[in-house]
Ligand binder design. Sequence first.
Ligand code: AMP
Ligand code: MG
Length: 414
Amino acid sequence: MDYCSQPGLLPIADAISQMQSAITAITDSETVPLQAALDRVNAEAVYSSVNIPSHDNSAMDGYAFSTANTTPEQPLKLAGIALAGHPFNGEVQEGECVRIMTGAIVPANTDTVIMQEQVFVTENFVQLKRLPDVGENIRRAGEDIALNSLVLEKGKRIAPLYIGLLASLGVTHVKVFRRLRIAVLSTGDELKAGGQPLQAGEIYDSNRQTLLALLSRINVTAIDCGLVEDDPQKIRSVFESAIAQADVIISSGGVSVGDADYTKDVLQSLGKINFWKVAIKPGKPFAFGSFNKPQDKTCWFFGLPGNPVSAVVTYHQLVLPALRYLAGEEIELALGLRASTESNLKKQPGRADYQRGILREINGENIVQSTGNQGSGVLTSIANANCYIVLEQESGSVTKGEQVRVIPFDKFLL
Ligand code: AMP
Ligand code: MG
């Protein structure tokens, strides 16, 4: 593991790949009821034990018949009715048809369904207005999902529509990787929890609440380790207890050069921690490492900057990919969109900049506007945003009207 010896500013991609090569994904799994599998990571490929649809069935309300020897001139005799869940079990003879409703099994000896709008019906006879193509309006058995085909890969996070898909196969239980246990704490003498009066120079702790809320989106077991003062003894004891309970510790504050020396000493005495300067803005100070646990187990450590926006940006861009990897998830590439910026965006080359924006579609074009003051302490700049505006490491300032890359947040469709 060489993740502890990185001089200079580390490009984001290198930081991610160093973390992923250090981390070994968990393999423990458990079997849970289908609804409880939501947002868990699938631990075993799922193959279909059925055909979907299970039978050839009608896509329309109409009439099923055999096209062999049928012409529009000869009326077809109505032999019966097929409803969804109530098949027609009789014999369809030449010159006959069956009234059929959407989803009903296509009767034996018929090969085509004509829509009810395309026939004249007189008493027990049906006259075709046109001769349809063979097989028209029939959904074939297995055309959506064939028997034994792969439905859900190992490593997929189970989104709501995978729940529906698995339900359509009759699946009742899913094997998923166990949840990660993640301890969260905030460090800083100036921090107070809500509900307590503030003394001069104190602020309310928001990072811990933000991180706990963000972690709930990836369905982990979060352990709230509270606030820790900038005191080596206290830091050590909170970390020792967190290490004993958790697979991962995420802390915020105390990793920048000035105030962090003792945090650094304490952490390095407990494990193998590297204090990186990642080429990311906001969020330059960032720590990654590991603590040993009994039985050859590891507790991973992510130390985020204290500034609230920096903490969120480093969580999203650095920690989340590592957590997903650790959780056994197959990582899909991040989706980026192009948008035209409505704001001038100030930037100096050297660090990738995750500015915060509001993305809108106006007359079919993606337009993004900055949320204003982009200071790393300005939490409203990210709380009111619906996307990151990503300015690559070497890019300089961008002027109004230029195209930029944006990464939408999860506010678009839940
Ligand atoms: P630090 O990284 O500890 O030097 O903190 C940088 C800035 O972030 C300081 O202004 C801190 O007061 C602020 N800060 C640190 N931790 C938190 C927190 N948990 N919630 C809100 N602000 C914080
Ligand atoms: Mg601090």
